[in-house]
Design a protein. Structure first.
Length: 293
């Protein structure tokens, strides 16, 4: 019965697949203490996890369980690598490839990854893996949690071993991805937050909206790369009225600032035409807006 996760009286590679599916929530996990739970708990540690998949695969090759010949402890350092933009769909949003990398590792045959991803800001489009031949993998994204489980007989190689495709649906929001990794069911590693935002293709500042306005208007701008940003409102005499962004370092992305029709002293200005001017690195542009009362 041990290792027979699908209850067909045989221990085969598809039992390892069933264990991975249970681990990520694609299949219901048998109740503790039942024969079905015992069957899926191949390493007999009273829990069902990705490492059980490696034990089942070992049995299918060797017709016995590994005792001490299979590494029970997997060690390594796991962290997010730099995110990369894959495509930019004006209707669907930007697709970001977020890699997860392994370093200084030993004996990592299985892993369970759990990532928190805000469903209001993003969708998970894919999970791709660079794994040894014969390694199984399953994933499930549900209720803002992405679960990934993998198991094999050969150690995972160092480098970017997982790639998560995240489609950002909100241009201006920053998505913070965090979670943890469990290697061989023995080492739990917390992942530092990865902050992801959409990256524009060019520097740009839009026309304020509404325009004319009273008393508040919004100004949108985009930065193609990290820049020192100044956004200043002037009157028609060229006198500075309000600093909306005062020489601030900002990451590449989409931004919106509001002007409430007040000067730097906090007093309301008179109606009329005003000029707003942005400088971000070498990018400089000005536009007019009309305040009415």
């Amino acid at each position: 019965k041990r290792g027979d996760a699908d209850n067909d009286n045989m221990v085969l590679a598809n039992d390892a697949t069933d264990v991975l599916r249970m681990t990520v929530g694609l299949e219901a996990e048998p109740a503790a203490g039942t024969e079905d739970h015992y069957g899926a708990d191949a390493n007999a540690d009273a829990s069902i996890g990705a490492i059980d998949g490696s034990w089942i695969l070992y049995y299918t090759v060797n017709d016995k369980y590994p005792d001490n010949t299979l590494p029970k402890a997997g060690t390594g350092e796991v962290q997010f690598a730099s995110a990369k933009v894959e495509d930019n769909d004006e209707n669907l949003g930007q697709l970001i490839n977020l890699p997860i990398q392994l370093a200084n590792s030993s004996g990592v045959l299985s892993a369970y990854v759990e990532l928190n991803i805000d469903e209001n800001l993003a969708e998970v489009e894919y999970v791709n893996a660079k794994l040894p031949q014969g390694t199984g993998i399953a994933h499930n994204f549900e209720n803002g949690v992405l679960r990934i489980a993998l198991a094999g007989l050969d150690a995972v190689k160092e480098g970017e071993f997982l790639h998560v495709g995240i489609r950002l649906t909100d241009k201006e929001s920053v998505l913070n991805v965090n979670g943890f990794v469990n290697l061989n069911g023995s080492q739990i590693i917390a992942l530092d937050d990865a902050s992801i935002r959409q990256i524009p293709e060019k520097f740009e500042i839009g026309q304020n909206y509404p325009n004319p306005f009273n008393p508040t208007t919004n100004i949108k701008y985009s930065l193609a790369e990290k820049s020192q940003v100044q956004l200043v409102v002037y009157n028609m005499l060229g006198q500075k009225v309000r600093s909306l962004v005062a020489n601030q370092a900002q990451d590449a992305g989409y931004y919106t600032v509001s002007w409430d029709g007040k000067n730097n002293a906090g007093s309301r200005v008179t109606s009329g035409v005003y000029i707003y001017r942005i400088q971000a690195g070498s990018f400089v542009q000005s536009k007019k807006m009309n305040l009415i009362k």
